[in-house]
Design a protein around this ligand. Structure first.
Ligand code: GDP
Ligand code: MG
Length: 228
């Protein structure tokens, strides 16, 4: 179908990705490192929700991610459904040096699922139409089949589970690997829960930059592959 967006195909990819996880696990610093190559040794406190738009080239197409960060609401368990609305990806972050933040993963997954599973879609612009492919309400069997026929998820039961259960690409991120002596969660434990829940998994350090770009790119690439 001809339309005036054909010559600007790349602009059709805009993904909303949300940062979630307990307070002080390093969500804001992961985003600051990825988007601006910056790190703050003290947390800034901000008011309201913030997002950063980041571009990435995949298959010679320009993909834009709008990455949302909480402004500290998670401290008061006050992340609202508006924060999650329209998200197709999530980085669920814990701190490898604070076991409690790892133990709360299940709560974050529940919240994500309850906020994203029964949404109805407003089609306000072409971006949102494009996203519809993976935003169908959970329980819609026809749409599940469509999603699972995607080349990249076929044959991978973990990813199939993630998409069919949650309709959102989630990567579990164990942050602060630079704090080697203070580690309270083994890599194997992170991997195991990610496998059980059908999530991608990576360990990062916003401080020394390791794996930060890879964490965001994994989510962006996977969303792109589901849609293309
Ligand atoms: P948020 O509440 O999840 O957004 O966490 P912040 O990004 O504000 O980080 C909380 C604290 O952890 C700050 O003092 C950061 O400097 C520190 N921090 C964040 N990422 C890392 C990391 O990878 N390594 C270390 N050592 N500290 C980090
Ligand atoms: Mg923060």
């Amino acid at each position: 179908m001809a339309n005036n967006r054909d010559e600007h195909q790349s602009e059709d990819y805009l993904f909303k990705i949300v940062m979630i996880g307990d307070s002080a696990v390093g969500k804001s610093n992961l985003l600051a490192r990825f988007a601006r190559n910056e790190f703050y040794s003290n947390s800034k406190s901000t008011i309201g929700v913030e997002f950063q738009t980041q571009k990435m080239l995949i298959d010679e197409k320009e993909i834009k991610a709008q990455i949302w960060d909480t402004a500290g609401q998670e401290r008061f368990k006050a992340v609202t459904s508006a924060y999650y609305r329209g998200a197709v990806g999530a980085l669920l972050v814990y701190d490898i040096s604070r076991r409690r933040t790892f133990e709360n993963i299940g709560r974050w997954l529940n919240e994500l699922q309850s906020c994203l599973s029964y949404r109805t879609l407003p089609f306000e612009n072409p971006h949102q139409k494009l996203l519809a492919a993976i935003l169908a309400p959970a329980g819609d069997e026809n749409n599940k089949d469509t999603m699972l026929s995607n080349e990249d998820t076929r044959g991978n039961p973990r990813l199939q589970k993630a998409h069919s259960d949650m309709n959102v690409v989630v990567i579990l991120v164990g942050n602060k690997t630079d704090l080697k002596d203070a580690r309270e969660v083994d890599t194997a434990e992170g991997k195991a829960i990610a496998e059980a829940e059908g999530l991608f998994f990576i360990e990062t350090s916003a401080l020394d930059s390791s794996n930060v770009t890879a964490a965001f790119e994994t989510v962006m690439k996977e969303i792109y592959h589901i849609l293309s």
